[in-house]
Design a protein around this ligand. Structure first.
Ligand SMILES: [Zn+2]
Length: 326
């Protein structure tokens, strides 16, 4: 029986899936992504795939093909991840490591490009659509006229590094004011810590601030009131944590700005949103977007905006879609 494998290399977790030719799942595995050099990360990816193969009762050498969806930036021609902002590795030679272990053809794509392939293969997806990931980083995969955009070296639509705030916060890539610096899990945490260090009123412990703690300390009603007051306003009568409310409100406001940029650039009918930040907090991260886009006065028809129907498997399913038979 022929088997295909998929790998999702994220900044936080690495997942692998083994499936039959119709995409029917045979086995899977997951482990934390080591915050280490490229060789260590590549070895962890191979080990995750081996565990998934064991669960599927198939030898890695018997796989037909392996699809990988990975954090970027990529040198897709060389099969490597190069200087990722959210993992301290200079170069992760994924394709060589996986080819060596499996002797199968290996396809490497940006994780969000894989995400849009997953939408197209496994959901009801229109021919013009964007998959947006809000996770440790921010990125997009785009289909226009029924065609997935890959771009030079596989880096099309690295929208996390679009400048949304001129001279704004520093981003992990070295730039400033980027979408990712405010709206990714790492950006939300860093933004909160910076505000706490600057003396913004909060009941949260600045030493242990992460995105989860920030979201837990506020409510949609307070956030939407803060969004309505603009970037510098302070809403009255808010009982939630003032710092958390402000940081999440900024993320909501800038997500709407970023999705508007995507709508103007690609004219999608659908923006499907995945990634842990969105999927863990849909009421704050996904639900307000449609209303904010309408208010923002788009020059093109507003796309439908929804959470991905593939949940946390969007990238994994997309990496699988890139190697399954038609
Ligand atoms: Zn950046």
């Amino acid at each position: 029986m022929s088997c295909y494998a998929a790998v999702d290399l994220g900044a936080t977790n690495t997942r692998a899936l083994v499936a039959g030719p119709d995409g029917d799942e045979r086995g899977r595995a997951r482990r934390s992504t080591p915050q280490a050099d490229g060789a260590t990360v590549a070895a962890a990816v191979v080990a995750t795939l081996e565990t998934a193969c064991e669960a599927a009762d198939v030898a890695p050498g018997d796989l037909e093909a392996v699809g990988v969806g990975s954090i970027g930036p990529l040198d897709a021609d060389a099969g490597a991840v190069v200087d990722p902002p959210n993992v301290p590795a200079e170069r992760i030679a994924l394709v060589d490591a996986l080819c060596e272990r499996t002797d199968a053809p290996v396809t490497l794509e940006n994780d969000a490009v894989a995400g849009i392939r997953g939408e197209r293969r496994f959901t009801d997806c229109p021919e013009n659509a964007v998959y947006l990931t809000l996770s440790t980083g921010v990125g997009a995969g785009v289909a226009v006229d029924d065609h997935v955009l890959r771009g030079r070296r596989g880096n099309a639509a690295e929208v996390g590094h679009l400048t949304l705030v001129p001279d704004g916060r520093p981003c992990g890539c070295g730039g400033t004011g980027h979408w990712e610096a405010y709206c990714s899990g790492s950006g939300i945490a860093a933004h909160a810590r910076d505000r706490a260090a600057a003396g913004h009123e909060t009941g949260l412990d600045a030493g242990t601030l992460d995105a989860e703690a920030v979201f837990e300390a506020t409510e949609p009603e307070a956030v939407l009131a803060a969004v309505a007051t603009g970037p510098d306003g302070v809403p009255g009568g808010v009982e939630d944590d003032p710092l958390a409310t402000r940081v999440v409100a900024d993320a909501v406001r800038l997500n709407a700005r970023g999705v508007a940029a995507l709508a103007h650039a690609y004219a999608p009918e659908l923006v499907s949103i995945g990634g842990a930040v969105a999927l863990s907090n849909p009421a704050l991260v996904v639900d307000p977007l449609a209303g904010l886009l309408d208010e923002g006065g788009l020059a093109v028809p507003a796309p439908e905006v929804r959470a991905t129907q593939l949940g946390e498997d969007a990238v994994l399913r997309g990496a699988l879609a890139s190697v399954l038979p038609e």
